[in-house]
Design a protein around this ligand. Structure first.
Ligand SMILES: [Zn+2]
Length: 479
């Protein structure tokens, strides 16, 4: 019998658990390029599911897909000053082809504002050309030097980048809520992942944006990680790239722009948040295999059990993504461990008893509870269990998130909460000085200013300086 190579640490040793769970589950693999990972089919399936839902929602909202070059000429890249300063340290450049040096360096896109807006400036001439709402699905390279972590900090990652242009600020601003709603929906309905939506502070906003918004998650080690984001760029890029149009009165005006993205990082957050000591726990909608059937037999019962298992497998609707694991080289126990590590939502165990009784034993991956069910309306029964599993996973993660937020009214309370690896929700005067001091002294940064503030936050005095408060901020250590 082949041996099973499982995770050999508990989830409480988070960083080791995380990489073992991603690699040993065969969802992802290292590659020979440091900081770049391979998405194996089960891992890539999750991204495809996110993409399918998001893409359709974007299209229903009037956004159209396009595709722009991977390489960005240096002179374009340097047009927006803040933007280039923000990205320069991480940009990889193509400088040579064959043996000859290029006259102009080409940046491998770390993000595509500059190459896209160069085209948009040619396409937008009149108010009739607006709004222009484009999206592209692609990967980007950001050559980070910090310790790489699969999905959470990789040098190449996959994303959508939405780039839109409007005639007025009001129109541009009204897009924000709809896009954040789409992102929240894919997180909740597909990844069973609750997050905290809010506005970034001035010092944490995107390079080149007027204001930035994000959805943040809490990881099992108590650090927060940023998920999807949205940026109001105002006229910053329009001015740098000369995106001008004649309005209805014949006046020449700069357009107002937004950008937004969801990246493969959310998969890392999702796997980290839902997983347990046994390995991954995959929400049913994004699991390539939703149900695995494991037959349990000896030489005598083999034919009967296999034939009953095959019959059950054929009765299950194929849109439930079922696998009959009848390979002989693993023992049933090994198979259980393997599918648990891989996070398969439901396991159907079939032995001679089930075959004779015309029943099934179903184990749910998230609760590890087993239930014996009649072989009757099994498609309805299994669908209901998958639905319930998703609901329960979301609720459990939401409770963890809510419990991690502590309202703090004094700086001492803030320090204590950060030491406990939690989120400190506090009033803040809006000064960058206080924000920087807090970060320097506690290592906690402002993650965002949440739209939904917990009850009981004193919004009177800044937690650091005691001056009049303007905002409520979530402070936490973060990735
Ligand atoms: Zn202050």
């Amino acid at each position: 019998m082949a041996q099973f190579d499982g995770i050999n640490v508990k989830k409480s040793e988070f960083s080791e658990w995380y990489t073992q769970a991603l690699i040993k589950s065969e969802f992802f693999d290292y590659s020979s390029v440091s900081g770049c990972i391979v998405f194996r089919p089960d891992g890539y399936f999750i991204w495809e599911s996110i993409q399918k839902f998001t893409d359709l929602a974007f299209k229903n909202d009037g956004i159209r897909n396009a595709y722009f070059p991977l390489l960005i000429p240096e002179k374009l890249f340097e047009k927006e000053k803040e933007h280039v300063e923000g990205f320069n340290p991480e940009v990889a450049w193509v400088m040579q082809v064959g043996n000859s040096k290029l006259d102009e360096r080409l940046a491998i896109r770390p993000t595509s504002e500059t190459i896209i807006y160069d085209s948009v400036s040619k396409w937008v001439k009149s108010w009739r050309d607006l709004p222009l709402r484009l999206n592209q699905w692609c990967s980007v390279i950001r050559w980070e030097f910090k310790h790489p972590t699969p999905l959470l900090r990789t040098r190449e990652f996959l994303w959508n980048e939405g780039h839109t242009a409007f005639a007025t600020r009001e129109e541009a601003n009204s897009e924000r809520e709809r896009i954040l709603q789409i992102y929240s929906a894919v997180l909740k309905d597909y990844l069973a992942l609750p997050g905290i939506s809010g506005q970034k502070t001035e010092s944490e906003k995107f390079a080149g944006a007027e204001s930035s918004y994000s959805i943040e998650f809490i990881m099992p080690d108590g650090k927060m990680i940023q998920g999807p984001d949205f940026h109001n760029d105002g006229q910053n890029f329009a001015k740098a790239f000369d995106i001008k149009f004649f309005d209805k009165d014949g006046k020449n005006q700069y357009a107002y722009q937004n950008t937004f993205a969801i990246t493969t990082r959310v998969i890392g957050a999702m796997l980290a948040i839902h997983g347990d000591d046994r390995g991954l726990v995959i929400p049913p909608k994004v699991s390539r295999i939703q149900i695995v059937i494991v037959p349990i037999y000896n030489n005598e019962s083999k034919d009967e059990v296999l034939s009953y298992s095959t019959r059950i497998c054929n009765e299950i609707n194929k849109d439930l993504r079922v696998l009959l694991d009848d390979i002989d080289i693993y023992s049933p126990g090994n198979k259980f461990n393997r599918h648990e590590l891989r996070g398969v939502p439901l396991r159907i165990e079939i032995g001679i008893k089930e075959s004779r009784e015309n029943t099934l034993t179903v184990a749910r991956r998230d609760t590890m509870k087993k239930e014996k069910i009649e072989n009757k309306d099994i498609n309805d029964q299994l669908s209901r269990m998958l639905y319930q599993m998703h609901e329960d996973m979301y609720k459990k993660a939401k409770d963890v998130l809510n419990n991690a937020i502590s309202i703090v009214n004094t700086y001492d309370e803030l320090k204590k909460v950060i030491l406990e690896a939690k989120i400190a929700q506090a009033a803040w005067c809006g000064s960058e000085k206080c924000e920087k001091k807090i970060k320097a002294e506690t290592l906690a940064k402002s993650t965002n200013m949440p739209f939904d503030v917990q009850q009981g936050v004193e919004k009177k005095k800044c937690v650091y300086c005691g001056n009049a408060a303007k905002h409520v901020v979530n402070f936490a250590k973060s990735y």
